[in-house]
Design a protein around this ligand. Structure first.
Ligand code: PEP
Length: 254
């Protein structure tokens, strides 16, 4: 089963709308016309409108960093799936460890958002991963299994093509520490085996599982060469065009 690599940049709470236009311009000119790898940028909500104009007529896709589970209503400060779709947003990062840590998101609350995203034709990038304490107590595989099962409960098999997962060991996010190629492959293979139990072999073989956690041009090739690593979710290195496109190039060569 061939899965097209996806390299997605999670800008987190960085860049104003005008900064975003500049950065997208730089990424665009470095990425060029080759389309063997899908490339997506996920700026903050306030930049999405300008970003959607800037990615027009380019191969860059647009993602958001969250969505509310409800379709509309009295949810002050929140953003709906319909609002994102109007801005040509294709992907939405859900369940990122920072949202779990700082905003109390759980597998159950993230599950609701994933189902809302799918109903509205947004492709979820569902983030999972263990903390340092969980890894040190050898609970990584159990934690990740539970996150997959609970977060994807009732996910419709008919929409499996739209599902992306991102394995992001919490201890590797923004720390400069990266999982070794073997560590990443071990967990990715385990994730695919849970997906096989849930959705069957053919569907599981088609789902992209990204690695995230201090990925940069220097370590990307090794990680992307692993059988079950189908791309990257990039934080820090997505904020400079050269580093981000360096990872895209590593994916093109993998
Ligand atoms: C992330 O936040 O999704 C991430 C992977 O961050 P970083 O690349 O900075 O570790």
């Amino acid at each position: 089963m061939s899965r097209k690599y996806l390299i997605a940049g999670n800008w987190k709470m960085n860049k104003t709308a005008s900064d975003a236009v500049d950065l997208i311009g730089e990424i665009n000119s470095l990425v060029g016309d080759e389309t063997s790898v899908q490339v997506c940028i996920c700026p903050p909500f306030t930049s999405l409108s300008k970003a959607s104009e800037s990615v027009e007529r380019s191969q860059l896709l647009l993602g958001a960093q969250d969505v509310n589970a409800a379709s509309s209503g009295a949810y002050t400060g929140e953003i709906s799936a319909e609002m994102l779709r109007e801005l040509y947003v294709s992907f939405v990062i859900l369940g990122h460890s920072e949202r779990r840590q700082y905003y109390g998101e759980t597998n159950q609350t993230v599950n609701k958002k994933i189902l809302t995203a799918i109903e509205n034709n947004l492709k979820p990038i569902y983030c999972i991963g263990e903390t340092l304490e969980e890894r040190e107590s050898e609970r990584t595989l159990e934690v990740v299994r539970t996150q997959v099962r609970e977060g994807l409960e009732n996910f419709p098999t008919s929409s499996i093509d739209s599902l992306v997962l991102a394995y992001e060991p919490v201890w590797a996010i923004g720390t400069g520490k990266t999982a070794t190629d073997e560590m990443a492959q071990e967990v990715h293979a385990e994730i695919r085996s849970v997906l096989t139990e849930m959705f069957g072999e053919t569907a599981a073989a088609s789902i992209r599982i990204l690695y995230g956690g201090s990925m940069k041009p220097e370590n990307a090739a090794g990680l992307l060469a692993q059988e079950d690593v189908d791309g990257g979710l990039i934080g820090g290195a997505s904020l400079t065009a050269r580093a981000f496109v360096g990872i895209v190039e590593a994916a093109r060569g993998a």
